[in-house]
Design a protein around this ligand. Structure first.
Ligand code: GLA
Length: 384
């Protein structure tokens, strides 16, 4: 990074290299903005940044992935450009929102987290950049403050009303572990990730429908609407603050009172929460086949009840079931992106080859496949 920095900016970076990983969510999809449980791991693909302070009011940012240099006037940060620079700009806006200051800078971003694959390249970028700013400008942000700042950048500046899972795991992840995160209390339990003789294989469809009518935000507002209807009609004995508080017994009652589409959304959230508990338990007991069954169930629910899958994702999950591997499901927000698969170690190569062949045959698109391992969350390392 040192050399790259010199090449782009003609000088040396100050301080350290800040790295933050992407993530794979094992299970608990679309539960994090409903106060529910999620079970993500940080993966061994990082975004690294390094920077130096300058004596002007300009931020210069270079991304090696996009091979682009962007300059930002620090006195005029309020306008998103709908490009990758919004993540950096959003962080700066949120820092100022908190009454904290920074000066001009040169910043180099080097990421190996693929963009648009559902592996949370955006959270990795946000956490790495926020950590670098925090140190360079002595902002004094700690743990949750920093995580929340990154989430706010995404919610307010980028305009994606995402939950807190991605930033949280990119910050707190641990090698060899998954985190069972309670998104209401913002506390986590560490779960040993013993996959036995299985590998976690990600297949990225490379197709993204994410921006079609902003469906992620639509799902989120449907959940808010359901909560309002339930509370407004006193359908349940107590007022709820989040859908995840609904028990499976209460869900059966809601079937007769909630309109079909809203019921389906709520039903997914409540049952997905239970599946998270199931997967965490089965992982602890090293019952991989059982984990896999819950992966398939989760995918069915995301497809049929929450309606966030795509034909490409469904094709790959069907392929996984027919191959067969013990478990597969879409991971992340959906509407494209990637699936995760539990694949027996000795079959990884064959599986990837056959899945690629089948996918190419069906869609004329070559998917991207990776074996991922769990890794530590955000770290600072000295400049080599
Ligand atoms: C995206 C969001 C997360 C979460 C998932 C769906 O990755 O950033 O907050 O809502 O989708 O589980």
């Amino acid at each position: 990074m040192f050399d790259q920095f010199q090449e782009v900016f003609g000088g040396v970076p100050e301080g350290d290299v800040y790295r933050a990983p992407g993530r794979v969510n094992l299970i608990g999809e679309h539960t994090d903005y409903n106060g529910g449980l999620v079970l993500p791991i940080a993966i061994d693909m990082d975004t690294c940044v390094c920077m130096r302070e300058t004596a002007n009011d300009i931020g210069c940012v270079y991304s090696t992935s996009f091979d682009q240099l962007a300059t930002m006037d620090l006195n005029d940060l309020d306008h998103p450009s709908n490009t990758w620079t919004d993540y950096v700009q959003g962080i700066m806006v949120e820092i100022r929102e908190r009454g904290k200051q920074f000066r001009g800078f040169d910043l180099l971003i080097d990421s190996e987290v693929p963009v648009g694959s559902g592996l949370s390249s955006s959270a990795a970028l946000e956490i790495a950049v926020a950590n670098a700013f925090n140190d360079m400008f002595d902002l004094g942000l700690v743990d949750l403050q920093l995580i929340r700042l990154c989430q706010s950048a995404e919610n307010n500046f980028v305009g994606a009303h995402t939950g807190i899972m991605d930033q949280y795991i990119s910050y707190h992840g641990l090698a060899g572990k998954a985190l069972l995160l309670n998104t209401k209390e913002l506390v986590h339990e560490v779960i040993e990730l013993e996959l036995d003789d299985f590998q976690l294989v990600v297949i990225d469809t490379t197709v993204s429908h994410e921006h079609e009518n902003n469906q992620y935000n639509v799902r989120r507002s449907e959940c808010e609407q359901a909560l309002e209807v339930i509370n407004g009609n006193d359908f349940l004995p107590e007022q709820l603050t989040a859908l995840s508080q609904i028990s499976t017994e209460q869900l059966s009652f809601l079937r007769s009172v909630l309109e079909g589409r809203l019921f389906d959304r709520v039903s997914h959230v409540v049952n997905e929460n239970q599946r998270v508990i199931g997967v965490a338990d089965f992982l602890t007991q090293e019952k991989i086949e059982k984990v896999g069954e819950l992966f398939y169930e989760s995918h069915r629910s995301l497809k049929n009840l929450y309606e966030v899958s795509s034909k490409e994702l469904d094709f790959l999950v069907d392929f996984a079931r027919d191959y067969p591997v013990p478990g597969a499901r879409m991971t992340g927000g959906g509407f494209g992106g990637a699936i995760i698969n539990l694949v027996p170690e000795g079959k990884v190569e064959d599986y990837i080859q056959q899945a690629t062949f089948a996918f190419e045959n069906e869609f004329n698109i070559t998917p991207k496949c990776f074996v991922v391992n769990s890794s530590d969350g955000a770290r600072v390392k000295p400049m080599a």
